[in-house]
Design a protein around this ligand. Structure first.
Ligand code: WT7
Length: 640
């Protein structure tokens, strides 16, 4: 933690530049954001920068009218950016496609027209369940253009999870594809959509992109092929209020029900565009590759919106980064001359395991800047990325943030003033972000001590609310420490003011950078006919961060055997999706519980990991711990 890597003189835009902006952002908040709001165009100016009368429901850029699709596309139509490449889309197999800003503008207009013709109106919910194809950003921008509130569901979620999101977002329209490619296999997306609709409150329209060209079931007067409903023409962008919702994105929390995080039309674009510029500072000619999936916030903010708001050229890749071969990522960097590569610690650790041989097969000299997101980056992965990939030339922009924050909260700023880097630290807060590390009783801890990371001031990227559940917004984020935003992570601030993120402080796992609530998986397990009780926790994994481990008990009459486990896993996969399937499921007779009947996950996890179990004085049934211990001893013996 003491290591400091001085950045070459060329990266040092002098830290004093950053400090000046940072200070201004906290001391003259409204003036600062008034200036920074000019990064987008406004149809009607706002009357107030920040209305904080109804805390913690903050309103930014009050009464301002704007449109995301206009700001990403229309405003370039009379400039040189009109014919600039917006996306170089790289398929898993086959030839790339290149689309310019003008091309994107045309296609977004056509699709917006088709949506209007189907009766989709401002404020309506639209669920987007697409693979990583160009129609995903097109669909998002078309919704944004007419003010429909879109909800992208990651294509690794199953029918149950999809149905829940269709219902909660009140979507009567679903946009999907006939299928998607994943490591050479076809995922039958349309089938999953059909099954989800059966479980939902019903939808009126399903729009299907022909992607893999397989035979699928089409329902009369409900299902339409995307290319058959497109129409040429221009759709005037809706004049939306800053605080009208732009999209809902679901994320896991500490209950079984995912939270629909709502982002708006004013604060969110201002935040994502400014943060991308501050942290990465892409040049007009730079090629940016954010190797995330559009189904997560990283993809929303930094594949779609921020790059387009800044007029950047992006590489967008459909497939897995190690398919068909472990050099795929480096091949794409070389082939398309990527200058800025933004990926995750999980990806780095995976590629690192394959060895240096693969990056050495490629010329990576186009790279200027590297970035990571999703979970804390361990120094070994940091060094590998810095030395083997960046050849010690490229700063690493470790960006700490989350779905709810809209964009980066803590990250080095290449534009305002690049700090010397410390491998594993996300360094300093973005302007507008005022973090503090608190202990359980709400007191600030001294430098070097671990505590809860909390943000004291609102910033424009903060979500508007939790969809349909404003109470949950207040309870989850602003209650533990009144009117301060609880990020849900532990952190340390060191003596030099650098922030070190230490992982979640709640029952949330990070599996390959994806946020997964243990309780969501437990709910999925106990909804199976055989399962009586379930306890889920994370096992540390050198590549994925966490892997999911489940302990279950069965109802009477079901067999404790491998077939049961295989069958449960299979149904978990189709109902909740592959990312929610536990790596291991162990069947036991009883689970350790407190006297009040709460399952003690902590104890199970400790026994499982062969650690001391800590205080188990509140435990009701010690025999259950013995049972797990014995089972684990057996497994370990077998492994030896
Ligand atoms: C959680 C948010 C942010 C987009 C991707 C994930 C963890 C994220 C970092 C980082 C340490 C990080 C936190 C956070 N996290 N980035 N650079 N260093 N931890 O978004 O699914 O909303 O997850 O990811 O635990 O709270 P998300």
């Amino acid at each position: 933690m003491n290591e400091t890597l001085p950045m070459d003189e060329k990266y040092k835009v002098t830290l004093s530049g950053y400090l000046k902006e940072y200070k201004e952002s906290l001391e003259s908040t409204e003036e600062f954001w008034n200036k920074k709001s000019r990064i987008i165009d406004w149809f009607e100016p706002f009357t107030k920068v920040l209305d904080d009368k109804n805390k913690p429901f903050y309103k930014w850029f009050v009464n301002g009218k704007t449109n995301m699709s206009y700001n990403c596309l229309d405003r370039y139509m009379n400039t040189e950016r009109r014919n600039k490449v917006a996306y170089i889309w790289v398929p898993e197999h086959g030839e790339e496609k290149v689309i310019t800003y003008f091309g994107l503008y045309r296609r977004v207009n056509s699709f917006a027209r088709a949506l209007l013709d189907l009766g989709v109106k401002k404020g309506d919910g639209v669920t987007i369940y697409l693979p990583m194809i160009l129609e995903a950003p097109i669909a998002m921008l078309a919704c944004a253009r007419i003010g429909a509130v879109f909800n992208v569901v990651f294509s690794g979620f199953g029918e149950e999870a999809l149905a829940q999101r269709i219902n909660d977002s009140n979507s009567k329209t679903v946009i999907t594809a006939d299928g998607g490619y994943r490591k050479g296999n076809v995922i039958q997306l349309k089938k999953i959509v059909d099954a989800a609709i059966e479980l939902s409150n019903g939808v009126d329209n399903v729009i299907v992109v022909k992607n893999v060209h397989n035979k699928i079931n089409m329902v009369q007067d409900r299902d339409y092929y995307y290319d058959e409903i497109l129409q040429d023409g221009y759709v005037k962008p809706a004049e939306l209020d800053s605080n009208d919702p732009l999209f809902i994105l679901y994320t896991s929390g500490t209950t079984g029900k995912p939270k629909g995080i709502v982002h708006g039309n004013g604060g969110y674009p201002v935040w994502v565009a400014n943060t991308m510029k501050w942290a990465f500072n892409p040049g007009e000619e730079d090629r940016w590759w954010c190797a995330a999936d559009i189904g997560w916030i990283t993809g929303h903010s930094y594949i779609v919106f921020a790059p387009l708001l800044l007029g950047v050229t992006s590489v967008m890749y459909e497939g897995a980064i190690d398919f068909p071969k472990p050099d795929r990522m480096w091949d794409i960097v070389e082939r398309y001359g990527v200058n800025i590569l933004y990926t995750s610690p999980t990806a780095i650790r995976l590629l690192m395991k394959y060895g240096e041989k693969y990056p050495l097969m490629h010329d990576l000299s186009s790279l200027k800047v590297l970035g990571t997101v999703g979970e804390p980056i361990n120094p070994a992965a940091w060094h590998w990325f810095y030395e083997e990939i960046g050849k010690s030339r490229c700063p690493i922009i470790d960006t700490y943030w989350q779905t709810e924050t809209g964009g980066f909260t803590i990250a080095p700023s290449r534009e305002l003033g690049m700090p010397d880097l410390k491998p594993g630290s996300a360094t300093f807060p973005m302007p507008g972000i005022d973090p503090v590390i608190l202990n359980e009783s709400g007191k600030e801890v001294p430098p070097g001590e671990k505590g809860y990371i909390v943000l004291k001031k609102p910033w424009p990227g903060l979500m508007l609310t939790v969809n349909g559940d404003p109470k949950r917004y207040v309870d989850t984020y602003f209650s533990k420490f009144k009117n301060m935003y609880l990020m849900g992570d532990y952190a340390i601030k060191d003596k030099e003011g650098y922030y070190w993120l230490l992982g979640r402080s709640d029952e949330v796992l990070k599996v390959s950078g994806h946020r997964i609530g243990t309780i969501e998986i437990e709910d999925g397990l106990v909804s199976m006919k055989e399962v009586a009780e379930a306890a889920v926790f994370g096992k540390p994994d050198t590549i994925k961060g966490d892997t999911i481990i489940a302990f279950i008990t069965l109802k009477d009459g079901y067999d404790k055997n491998v077939d049961t486990i295989v069958s449960i896993k299979k149904r978990m996969r189709s109902e909740l999706g592959p990312i929610m399937v536990p790596e291991e499921i162990h069947i036991v007779n009883t689970l350790p519980k407190t006297r009040s009947g709460k399952i003690m996950r902590r104890v199970i996890k400790a026994v499982y990991l062969n650690q001391v179990t800590g205080d188990i004085s509140t435990l009701e049934n010690e025999a259950s711990v013995e049972e797990i211990k014995k089972a684990m001893d057996l497994i370990r013996k077998e492994e030896d």
